[in-house]
Write a protein that binds this ligand. Structure first.
Ligand code: A2P
Length: 275
């Protein structure tokens, strides 16, 4: 095999374009489709990549001279030797129209820097951590929920996930079930993680936007917990733009203050990126 053919056959399918400089080229190791709008996949992890659980990276496909990159939260924890992502499928999306077709052995490219505000170090210590997500906004929480650091900092974790329909909730439900059954992390998380699901466009056991459920108080009666309090609680928010705006307003009205790595405080926000 000569060098040219080696370069041109990374993964199962031939590359149409060379890998741009300064990006990682990683191999798809698994793909799982949940609905016609959602799928997850795992790729090999570059040995030199360091990231904090909850951060995002820019990923793309080697299918153009100047490939399209989109921000994706890493859904796997910082200790994992693979990288997991949870993605929407946009039929004519510049990246996801192609990304949704990836198969085991294909190449995904990734810029080398990770960043983001949904990290435990951007929050000051407290008793309870509330992770509020819609749609693919659950991804950074899938990372944080599998990271022991989260449980060192917080006694209780409540993950809320609201989607249009029941099938879209499956990724999060499987995540929590796997967490409980994991021999290592399960011991740490046992009895400390609560999943709170709702749907907005299909009948389910619990319906409504999370903002409405919190606003009406149903959220607290359902869970049998005290109301949100900046003294004891921290909030992380990830989802669509409108949801972020509304939950941020709600948090601020209750006295929560937005934090960052430079200035840790009581809540942090990041939009769920659509590819
Ligand atoms: P809805 O169906 O009422 O729009 P999407 O798949 O479009 O990203 O939406 C994911 C979930 O986020 C849906 O259940 C959607 O509810 C909900 N959502 C959208 N906007 C808001 C908002 N401003 N506040 C709370 N939830 C929202």
């Amino acid at each position: 095999m000569n060098t040219t053919s080696a370069l041109n056959t990374v993964g199962a399918r031939p590359l149409q374009f060379p890998i741009p400089g300064n990006v990682y080229a990683e191999t798809v190791v698994s793909v799982k489709h949940f609905t016609d709008r959602l799928f997850s996949f795992r790729i090999t992890r570059p040995q030199s990549l360091r990231f904090r659980s909850g951060e995002f990276v820019m990923i793309g496909l080697p299918n153009a001279e100047k490939p399209v990159f989109r921000a994706y939260s890493i859904a796997s924890p910082a200790w994992d030797d693979e990288l997991e992502f949870f993605s929407i499928k946009v039929p004519d999306g510049p990246l996801t129209s192609e990304l949704q077709k990836i198969e085991i052995g294909d190449t995904v490219i990734m810029r080398q820097k990770s960043t983001g505000t949904l990290v435990v170090d951007a929050l000051t210590p407290a008793k309870r951590l509330f992770m509020i997500s819609t749609g693919t906004g659950i991804a950074p929480f899938a990372s944080l929920l599998r990271d022991p650091d989260t449980y060192e900092k917080f006694e209780q974790v409540v993950l809320t996930h609201t989607c249009r329909d029941n099938a879209e909730l499956t990724y999060g439900q499987e995540l929590i079930a796997e967490l409980e059954n994991d021999p290592l992390i399960g011991e740490l998380t046992g009895g400390r993680v609560t999943l709170y699901n709702s749907t907005t466009r299909e009948t389910s056991e619990r319906m409504g936007r999370i903002t409405a459920l919190i606003g009406s108080g149903k959220f607290f009666t359902d869970l049998g917990i005290d109301k949100l309090n900046p003294k004891t609680d921290r909030i992380m928010i990830c989802g669509s733009m409108h949801m972020l705006r509304d939950v941020k307003e709600l948090a601020e009205s209750l006295g929560f203050e937005e934090g960052s790595l430079h200035h840790p405080a009581s809540f942090v926000v990041e939009r769920a990126f659509v590819g």
